[in-house]
Design a protein around this ligand. Structure first.
Ligand code: SF4
Length: 199
């Protein structure tokens, strides 16, 4: 459908009217409920929502047993100023459901073997050792020679370039952690780097 300039102005006007109507909704019942049901926590720490690259600030409250009881937007955080989207607002369920530790929460590494459809829990030492071994084997098998990398004809000298591993960073990391992650990957010769905020 072709939209003329006149159509565009009509649509924009309708959208603006809708927004203005929204501003007269009565938020008092919601405010009253929030006032009558304040968060219950013994300790609270400031953290960052792990879900996306916006990096909203959250306040995470927990009871005396360490169980997380509440997550809310941090009003002092410069990015979200107390607001959270639905994902961030529901993030308490990462840890706690109905006052109990979420039984679905993954608390240790899981391995799915090639061709398998099931995940097997493994301990951290096993996971780190296996990952390190796989990276080492991949470098030994596929680290590029100068000729492969298009920097001359020399087929006997390696360059630190590995195209068979890709690395995906996370919005949960700080700038400094992302910097260290990038440094490590570059040291391994990995050239395919991405970040979930760009995917
Ligand atoms: S609260 Fe929503 S917008 Fe903010 S970081 Fe979390 S997922 Fe992203």
């Amino acid at each position: 459908m072709d939209v003329t300039r006149r159509d565009f102005l009509k649509i924009s006007g309708a959208a603006t009217a809708g927004l203005m109507l929204g501003s007269v909704f009565d938020l008092m019942p919601i405010k009253a409920y929030a006032t009558a049901n304040p968060p219950e926590w013994d300790t609270v720490v400031a953290s960052i929502c792990p879900y996306c690259g916006c990096g909203c600030g959250v306040l995470v409250g927990s009871d005396s047993g360490g169980l997380i009881t509440y997550v809310q937007g941090d009003p002092d955080h410069p990015i979200n100023q107390g607001a959270l989207c639905s994902k961030g607002a529901a993030s308490v369920q990462l840890c706690t459901v109905d006052g109990q530790v979420n039984p679905e929460r993954v608390q240790q590494p899981l391995r799915r073997s090639p061709g398998s459809s099931t995940w097997t829990p493994i301990d951290w030492n096993t996971a780190m050792t296996e990952i390190a071994g796989l990276i080492k084997a991949e470098r030994e098998a596929n680290l590029q020679k100068m000729g492969d990398a298009g920097v001359g004809e020399d087929e006997s000298t390696y360059v630190n370039r590995l195209e068979t591993i890709a690395a995906l960073g996370t919005a949960k990391d700080t700038n400094e952690e992302c910097y260290l992650f990038t440094k490590l990957m570059r040291a391994l010769g990995i050239v395919y780097l991405e970040h979930c905020a760009r995917v």
